[in-house]
Write a new protein. Structure first.
Length: 201
């Protein structure tokens, strides 16, 4: 039995860290012990920053990206090319595309992918919001910037069937992103190449 388990409050802290994505048991223990050894002002600042983020950050009313305003900075940027909407799974995927510094398109965040195994259907994603945006005649292309996973491919095909009848071009990422890869871990050159070589879906 781990020594920390005899201290209920510490055990709860470890359990909470362990619930975070990508954090295993050993990492959760290290984080918990680190927090306990932090100077109190630093620990208070950490707690305050979490609470502030939870209170102030919301979904952009246009693209459903995370923002602390009604409309995110990308949607508010008048210089953006509004003829192309890149559909992504999560807000973090936008950062992957933006770090290339090469493309000036807009985005739409679905907040997940279709997954019958996890009971995630169309109504659980931000698909209605996307379709509402496509009523604007300025949109000429929707780029499926979803990961090359089974759920990502299924979601891309589903959306393509909804969008193509509207007369809007639907494309997918081209060469560069390996099958099953997460966009979060792709480098700038790979992402740039995958967008440049995008193909019709």
């Amino acid at each position: 039995m781990a020594a920390y388990k005899s201290i209920p409050s510490l055990a709860v802290l470890v359990e909470q860290f362990e619930r975070l994505p990508g954090i295993g048991h050993k990492s959760a223990e290290r984080l918990a012990y680190h927090v306990l050894t932090m100077p109190k002002p630093d620990a208070d600042k950490l707690v305050s920053s979490i609470n502030t983020a939870r209170e102030k950050i919301r979904y952009c009313s246009v693209c459903c990206n995370l923002t602390d305003r009604e409309i995110c900075s990308i949607c508010a940027d008048e210089e953006r090319d509004r003829s192309i909407i890149c559909v992504v799974e999560e807000p973090k995927d936008i950062f992957a595309f933006e770090k290339t510094g090469e493309f000036n398109m807009t985005y739409h965040v679905l907040h997940g992918c279709l997954s019958p195994m996890q009971n995630i259907g169309p109504d659980d994603l931000r698909i209605k919001e996307l379709l509402a945006r496509l009523k604007d005649d300025s949109v000429k292309e929707v780029l499926m910037g979803l990961s090359s996973t089974v759920t990502g491919e299924a979601t891309s095909m589903y959306l393509s069937k909804l969008i193509k009848p509207l007369g809007i071009r639907v494309t997918r990422l081209g060469f560069g992103i390996p099958v099953g890869a997460d966009l979060e871990y792709a480098d700038e050159v790979t992402i740039k190449r995958s967008i440049t070589t995008r193909t019709e879906l």
